[in-house]
Design a protein around this ligand. Sequence first.
Ligand SMILES: Nc1ncnc2c1ncn2[C@@H]1O[C@H](COP(=O)(O)OP(=O)(O)OP(=O)(O)O)[C@@H](O)[C@H]1O
Length: 510
Amino acid sequence: MSSQHYQPRRFTIPPTHELRFELENPTDALSLRLVSGRAEVFGAELVPGASYGYSHEQRGAVWAPGINGEGAEVEMRNLDSVYVASESALSTYFNLHLSLSRLRLLARPSSFEVTRDLSQPDDEVAPPRVLIVGERGAGKSSLLKMLVNWRNRGERALCGTGRAPSGITVVNLDTSEGQWTLPGTIGLASTSAALPTTSPAAPMGTSFSSGPPVPFPPPASSTSSSADAPPPYHPPVNVDAYAPLVDPLVFFAGHLSSTTNLPHFELLMQSVADAAKRKVDAAGVESWKAGLLVDSPGEWAEKRGGGWERIKAAVRAFEINILLVVGSERSYVEMTKLMNTNKTVTVVRVPKSDGASDLDLSTLARLQALQTRAYFYGGPAVTQGLLSPFSIIVRLSDIRIVRVGEQAGSHAPSSALPIGATRLTRDTELVEVDLEGPRAASEVVNRVLAVPMAEEERDGQEKVVKGPVMGFVWVSALDKDKKKITLLSPLPGRLPRKTLILGSIDWVDA
Ligand SMILES: Nc1ncnc2c1ncn2[C@@H]1O[C@H](COP(=O)(O)OP(=O)(O)OP(=O)(O)O)[C@@H](O)[C@H]1O
């Protein structure tokens, strides 16, 4: 029955053109097959004949790079709103990649490491350390993904079977995105993988390795109440299109915006920068030469709200030497002015792709819920099997739930305090949540808690505040009478830490 509803449609993509698609409804899905020629989706090459499934309101573009003037022919099932765009920004993006490749070839570590001769001037030629900025929905994350994929494809072709491919370090500073785990986080990962695009749940690879995967259940029964309505479409499974496993280092900012607790965000950003430096230094010279690609939140492109100050801070923290503006000439001029005192930074502009657009608030909320769900339950295109999280019941006396700083908005601004008075709790101190207080349930139930890597009693508060996290649990219930809390956890058994960090990341396990 389904095959007659989902007859394939063929599209011809001329060289350097792109075929854009947009899944409009949360339950829509489509599949794509390369029939002939060469084509890629956000830098990941499509294997001829293989099927690629897309779901969860994924938007994207199939680009024919036009090698040897060759276009591509693709077959799609179950999609109406597809169009071939002749005005593609991707050729410009690819040229940018070629320029970055050249800078990587020219990069040279300082010879001081070998000679230890302080009398010689520093001869380091730095690799490209790129910070991508632009308005919301300008296509920054998609561009970053293409740059990673193109670099990793080149690296894999170069090293063949002679040596393991080196990784490139990628940093995400956008708390609304939940790049590798959950929204509310920032972090970094080094990867040499090809990053396919199938679902927006884990766009840059996955860290979901916990919990035993169980085989996917068969697709839901195709019985429909109306005889005319087609059954839901389930694209065929292609494990090569699944999010590859990366090993990210994740920090919990706790909120969807970097400005909710700015002092804490700034501490974390510095921690990410320090970790990125350590990672790059330890990963060998090829990874060092690959440089750094840093994604920033769209809100930083706005002067209002201090976005530009964040850009300056990120440039300092990550020793950025290329500020890549995705968008208008105006933004480029503004960023050039912003960087005019910093002679080590080159400002480069690429146009925004016409296909990239800002997600509306309800789509963004659905995407954030999808990412949280995927963290606990896995699922097709994210994990090769469903994960089975555990419901664990913990005595309140065995845990300590803390916030970093006062709850946002719960205190008066410093200027409103009596003259001479100072606030007792700074924005970067741990504040314990009273789990037996009158507002405890509304504060913690349906919220995500981060499990810090640092142990508060052994390592001190500061390491909990600015250090990475090992994972997350979710609060499903609080029983004040029995003094117990029920948590959804990726792992069974005792929690590895007593201190758990609360933010404002909500989720409902529907
Ligand atoms: N060339 C394209 N064709 C079709 N869709 C695209 C294209 N480029 C990007 N998109 C889609 O546009 C949306 C926004 O892109 P992306 O997330 O890369 O932007 P962003 O600048 O990182 O956004 P934000 O500032 O919100 O983080 C995504 O759904 C992405 O899949």
